[in-house]
Write a protein that binds this ligand. Structure first.
Ligand SMILES: [Ca+2]
Length: 504
């Protein structure tokens, strides 16, 4: 049975296969802090080792929301949003409940997904003007010398497309088309960076490849148009291996949705946009089935950082919001689906990250992540396949806020390092942060500081933090193994002109 159904009114139309009660129960268990140990059930071992024939390589789709919170999906406990299709995707695949991005904001987070490296490694932790993220007409961008996930896969014969918000540089040198993507359609930075919000900026540009085809972009139809672009790309490339990166513009504020969704959710514009993304996900999954490539396509659904404090999103049961190094800023809802390879209806609580996608996809494509430089991500295929006893490959995970190392996680322990907060652009002055230790298995909301009871753990995590400082740096301190960002001398605005009419 194919087809995606629009949700009407406020009645949830559930797919017959979904047992929502079970989902909420599962989400509730996690919310209460009871952690499912490791990843149960070994249903699939290893992956189909590529034979070198591109036709045998699996396809990859990464759906990457903008600012969608940990608690914003039905399968992660949302009672407000109707996301039956992503819930079904989770029922047919695996939820990752300790899945991290490397920053609480867009640009640094995206640099890690693309390169498998911490933002400080590739110097994308701040803009060139002492801001959190890149703004329009930026001199800085992701260094073209970095090897992106798209470049790794392209070298293996993949057709590659980026459809959505890029935010790793708006100059031609840094656009997706110069970073391994055969095709690009989307906006180059955030949807609140156009002339409507900041009059010194150019109208929000919509690009096809390197040409501005619309400005300001009509945001109401972006999710719908992104989806159409993806469906077209998948259909055109169904006989090749393909990689689709779909960084949605939503649900970043200002939220927009198409006529079919506007005003339909129980949570205002934010809920409408979330439900449209759910519908988009349905259309993508149904297209894979229709083309009979469902069982050779890995689909990953997650978000670039936590929900913001305003605008209606939820990170519950986590504390903190977008921009912070609390779990709510950097732990994301994540679902992986590949019928026949990834066991259905399972949950993995082992620590994993967007850092790991490049090494994992590289292995599945029959190659490896680059070996001529440090890559922070690891292959997490054993977690995805639910290999019995599989453990996180990360001894430690580092929470950076801009250039500052603020926390370290190892196993169930998270140490908030003591640090001095310096007032910088876009920040409020705050008192200095004390050392705090949380047991995330017992205390997912980071409420009970138990540093006094575990001096040995504190000592071990402090030492791990020092290792990161040495390697990646900290405030006022360079790391030994950082690499430069890309720079241009004279950045130019991306403008629409009659000559750039969309002739695609
Ligand atoms: Ca974001």
């Amino acid at each position: 049975m194919f087809g995606c159904h629009l949700l009407t009114g406020r009645n949830v139309i559930m797919n017959k296969n979904i047992n929502r009660r079970n989902f909420l129960k599962l989400a509730g268990v996690t919310a209460a802090g009871v952690v499912l140990p490791g990843c149960a059930d070994e249903l699939s071992s290893g992956f189909a080792q590529s034979t070198g024939n591109p036709a045998n390589k699996p396809n990859f789709i990464i759906i990457f929301c903008d600012d969608l919170g940990y608690g914003d999906l039905g399968c992660f406990g949302s009672k407000k949003h109707r996301t039956p299709n992503i819930d079904r995707m989770a029922a047919e695949g695996m939820r990752f409940t300790s899945f991290y991005v490397t920053s609480g904001v867009c640009t640094p987070s995206r640099s890690s997904l693309m390169t498998g490296c911490y933002p400080r490694r590739v110097n994308m932790h701040e803009s060139g003007r002492n801001e959190w993220v890149l703004f329009p007409v930026a001199r800085k961008g992701l260094n073209p010398n970095e090897i992106t996930i798209a470049e790794v896969l392209k070298a293996q014969g993949y057709a590659t497309a980026c459809v959505g918000k890029w935010h790793l540089g708006d100059q031609p040198e840094f656009l997706p088309t110069r970073q391994g993507f055969d095709y690009y359609y989307g906006i180059p930075y955030s949807n609140d960076m156009g002339a409507r919000q900041r009059k010194q900026n150019p109208p929000l540009p919509l690009l096809r490849n390197e040409k501005v085809i619309e400005a300001p972009a009509d945001q109401n139809t972006l999710t719908k148009r992104y989806t159409q672009e993806v469906l077209k790309f998948i259909t055109t490339n169904k006989d090749k291996p393909f990689f689709v990166y779909l960084p949605h513009t939503m649900v970043h504020n200002p939220v927009h949705s198409s006529d079919e969704f506007r005003g339909k959710s129980a949570n205002g514009g934010y809920g409408d946009a979330t439900e449209e993304i759910d519908f988009s996900t349905c259309q993508i999954l149904e297209t894979l089935k229709k083309l009979s490539i469902d069982d050779r396509t890995l689909v990953v659904f997650t978000s670039d950082n936590g929900a913001a404090k305003r605008w209606g999103g939820s990170n519950l049961p986590l504390s903190g919001f977008k921009g912070s190094t609390m779990e709510g800023g950097m732990r994301e809802p994540a679902v992986c689906r590949w019928p026949g390879k990834i066991p259905a209806g399972k949950t993995c609580d082992e620590l994993a990250s967007t850092l790991d996608l490049m090494p994992t996809l590289a292995r599945l494509a029959g190659t490896k992540a680059p070996t001529d430089r440090i890559i922070d991500g690891k292959n997490i295929w054993s977690l995805m396949t639910g290999k019995r006893g599989a453990k996180s490959p990360h001894e430690a995970f580092y929470y950076y806020f801009r250039d500052q190392l603020q926390a370290v996680r190892s196993g169930k322990w998270k140490l908030h390092l003591p640090y001095k907060i310096t007032k910088r652009k876009q920040e409020k002055a705050a008192s200095n942060a004390p050392l705090k230790l949380y047991d995330l298995e017992a205390d997912i909301g980071e409420t009970n500081n138990i540093a006094d009871r575990h001096p040995d753990v504190v000592k071990r995590l402090l030492a791990l933090g020092e290792k990161a400082r040495d390697d990646l740096g900290d405030v006022g301190r360079e790391g030994k193994n950082q690499r430069p960002a890309g720079w241009v001398v004279t950045p130019k605005p991306l403008l629409f002109s009659e000559k750039s009419q969309d002739s695609y």
